[in-house]
Unconditional design. Structure first.
Length: 284
């Protein structure tokens, strides 16, 4: 992989991780379009650019992250009845994030390898179909607008987590699925983008650690699959990391503003066009 290919793929990852158009789908499309060399160091490169986008989230939403961690150690004041009444606002927010992680944790630990094996040798048709599903979800948020609720409930957190778990499929946008699900459930758009971006931090880091395990302690299956793989250089990794981080910071701020204005129909149209083009490419 050249530094230019790494730059382009890093920018693609950074922008599309937050914009509701599927980063994994665009990375696969980008690798095909960039041609020879773009697949070199695939898993290592993917880990690096995904970690870069997590750091971008922490930089842009550092106030919210600090607010959560600071509140976790505050003594709660009981308000009302029920178990949740013993938790303060920060602890309730952290609990919702933990609840949202349950579905993606189950899928990631138990089914991820099996799911990836289904489309390992024919990924572009899956990307095209899933982009069309993403387009449909985003379009629904434009036409169906339930009355907004004041806060995200634990049940809704779990349902949004299910949407994130399904988005393990390439082309099904993680941010698009979670934000669209939250909006369709009637959650406040002002709070939803922030929650959607914060809830993906633990799963992305967890996925990166699981993938990194394959690199430092590869199984026999992994070695057989990547026996002829060419190692990636340090320069492409550094360029990809910086490109993903800088573009990720920009896209994160942009997406929060867009969700507040709820103008997601344009992304639905974009995903529909790219999805159709990808399917046509696989046929022709």
């Amino acid at each position: 992989m050249s530094w230019l290919q790494a730059l382009i793929l890093g920018i693609v990852q950074g922008l599309t991780e937050y914009l509701p158009v599927s980063s994994s789908g665009h990375l696969e499309i980008g690798k095909v379009l960039l041609g020879e060399g773009a697949e070199v160091g695939g898993l290592t490169f993917d880990i690096v650019v995904h970690v870069a986008t997590v750091l971008a989230t922490l930089v842009i939403l550092y106030k919210e992250v600090f607010w959560i961690f600071k509140g976790l150690f505050n003594k709660p004041v009981k308000k009302g009845d029920g178990l949740l009444s013993y938790l303060n606002d920060e602890q309730k927010y952290a609990l919702n994030i933990i609840i949202s992680m349950i579905p993606v944790g189950v899928v990631g630990l138990c089914f991820k390898d099996s799911i990836e094996a289904l489309y390992a040798n024919n990924i572009l048709p899956v990307v095209g179909c899933c982009l069309l599903v993403t387009a449909a979800l985003l379009a629904l948020t434009h036409f169906y607008k339930p009355q907004a609720k004041e806060s995200i409930s634990p049940l809704h957190s779990f349902m949004i987590g299910i949407a994130q778990a399904v988005a393990v499929l390439p082309g099904l946008s993680r941010s698009g699925s979670t934000i669209a699900t939250g909006l369709l459930l009637g959650n406040s758009k002002e709070k939803l983008a922030q929650f959607s971006f914060l809830m993906v931090i633990p799963p992305i880091l967890g996925e990166a650690l699981l993938d990194f395990k394959h690199i430092i302690a590869p199984s026999a299956e992994y070695l057989a699959e990547h026996a002829a793989a060419e190692p990636i250089g340090l320069l492409p990794l550094l360029v990809g990391f910086l490109a993903a981080f800088i573009s990720g910071c920009f896209a994160c701020k942009l997406m929060i503003a867009l969700v507040k204005k709820c103008k997601l129909l344009y992304f639905a149209i974009y995903c529909a066009i790219i999805g159709c083009a990808t399917l046509l490419y696989t046929i022709l």
